[in-house]
Ligand binder design. Sequence first.
Ligand SMILES: *Cc1c(COP(=O)(O)O)cnc(C)c1O
Length: 352
Amino acid sequence: MISIRIKNLSPYKTETTQAKVRLSSNELPLRLPEEAKQKIAQEVAKIPINKYPDPEAEELKDVLSEHFGVKRENLVLGNGSDELIYYLSIAIGEFDSGVFYPIPSFPMYQISARMLGRKRIEVPLNQDMDIDLEASLRAIKDSSPILAFLSYPNNPTGACFSREKIERIREEGLFTVIDEAYFHFSKKSFLKDALSREDTVVLRTLSKIGMAGLRVGILIAKEDVAYEINKMRLPFNITYPSQVIAKLMLTEFYPLIEECVSTVIKERDRLFQVLSQMEGVKPYPSDANFILFRSSVPADRLHVELLRRGVLVRNVSYMAGLEGCLRVSVGLPEENDAFLEALEDSLKNFTP
Ligand SMILES: *Cc1c(COP(=O)(O)O)cnc(C)c1O
């Protein structure tokens, strides 16, 4: 009795392999000091876990609205932005209208569309990992999708798409979701558009700034758009501990996060420089906290060689146009050094 839509899906893959240095999931390498952990433990101990949490997460929303400089009414919270991507895929247009996104990009856009049986309009990126505007406009004319997902910066390629191209695509009448999961590393945003237009929303998340375990995603939209999306939110989708800990992290411990983010930005630029100089390696420019790179040796084998040296990165070489590519998250200086050393050593040991 299970729908063919669901039977045709494969389970979501994440990297669970153990490794000394894990640079595969774009997490922030935040190390909380003991006092901070103690404080969190104290606050968590006060939670009446027999009680439901605040269904609207008002206190957390207050902190988030201040943080993003928007009103509380502009926000919808999700159990990660994954959940918000799913909600948007249900809410925007009817199921017989299509969903547009460039590929390769974040897998949830495809998964959500498939789950709902919606037509997928997938257009390969150009050589520079930017939107292929001509091909996109042609595909949009042919299939009239109603919803566009744009990862900005794009995961797994790293850079932001050109703003003008996004605006041009939106002009075709698509409801445009700008997924700014890596905003803190790019500082580029469509927030103003999301606050002033009915056809644009922005997604943010706490996952890439040190709180992936809390599962808090944020949709920012005009009040009336946010109001509609909020209707379909599952009640209590943000757990009590997540509400309490996220609030604490974004207030009392935010300086720790800011410091770590700026370290990662510096390290990203260093890593890019070093990779650029390495023979047989071509890194792609990144506005995020990870770097995509292509190597002259088979990616599957390089991935294993790195792992044998204790370093786990993400193998993205199976994705369209990413043959020979791996994606490395930017970690702490010593983790990045371990990665660079393992990479150099692996490449040396490859016999053509
Ligand atoms: C990591 C990531 C997310 C975050 O998803 P969460 O569910 O909030 O953890 C969303 N979009 C993109 C493009 C990402 O890379």
